[in-house]
Design a binder for this molecule. Structure first.
Ligand SMILES: *Cc1c(COP(=O)(O)O)cnc(C)c1O
Length: 224
């Protein structure tokens, strides 16, 4: 079995320029995350706010912490002081809370809107129509403490390459369409798509940020 740093270096060296790597460290203990840190990794992704906050306290302060999981509004306050990117924003109500907590911390928090691209019923996310409605709403345009900097999507759990390509391709198409319109708090530059099993296909379809966990840290004991 390869070590964490070997995995990380191999994956990084194969990423095209302009594609950022989020090392997904959910469920992994601090010493293992530190191994990736020592190999040069600075962006880590977590899917539970309290777990991320605890790791933030313990780890070096030049790490960028990304929240990649589904978010409960009442927990936004635990990460508002330090989170550097929130990937899975899927409602105006959630954005309202992020804006409020960012203001309290005197910050502007970067967010990605999550699109539903998978055929599976269980995946969270907005439809294209809902994204347009959100971005055009007066409420959104009044938010001073959030910046929507891109889109995020999770493909169906399948090895069908054609289906993965169609799902990632549809998200890239929407991303290109929406990036034309820039406003004070919306300027789409980041397209977060691709995980351990499908990130090479996501990159071929225009991903600029991949979220890779098990290929770096090994299998998780439990998976959410
Ligand atoms: C767990 C998780 C990942 C990483 O999954 P791997 O298959 O371990 O690479 C990526 N994105 C999200 C949203 C996740 O929850």
């Amino acid at each position: 079995m390869n070590t964490i740093s070997e995995n990380l270096i191999r994956i990084k060296s194969n990423l095209p320029e302009g594609v950022a790597l989020v090392a997904v460290s959910k469920t992994k203990p601090v010493p293992e995350i530190l191994e990736a840190y020592e190999a040069g990794q600075r962006i880590f992704g977590e899917n539970k706010i309290q777990e991320m906050a605890a790791k933030y306290e313990e780890m070096p302060k030049d790490i960028e912490w990304h929240m990649i999981g589904h978010i409960q509004r009442n927990k936004v306050k635990y990460m508002a002081s330090f989170v550097s990117l929130i990937h899975a924003v899927d409602s105006l109500r959630l954005l309202t809370e992020i804006n409020k907590q960012a203001l309290k911390n005197n910050r502007v928090i970067n967010c990605l809107l999550q699109l539903k691209i998978a055929s599976e019923e269980s995946k969270f996310g907005l439809t294209e129509g809902e994204v347009k409605q959100l971005l055009n709403s007066n409420e959104f345009q009044g938010f001073q403490n959030i910046n929507v900097v891109g889109l995020m999507g999770m493909a169906t759990f399948t090895d069908n390459r054609e289906q993965l390509q169609n799902e990632f391709g549809a998200l890239k198409h929407l991303f290109d369409k929406l990036s034309i319109n820039k406003t004070d708090n919306c300027n789409l530059k980041t397209l977060s798509m691709g995980m351990s099993d499908d990130y090479p296909i996501a990159i071929k379809n225009g991903s600029t940020m991949v979220r890779v966990g098990s290929s770096i840290f090994g299998k998780r004991n439990y998976n959410i």
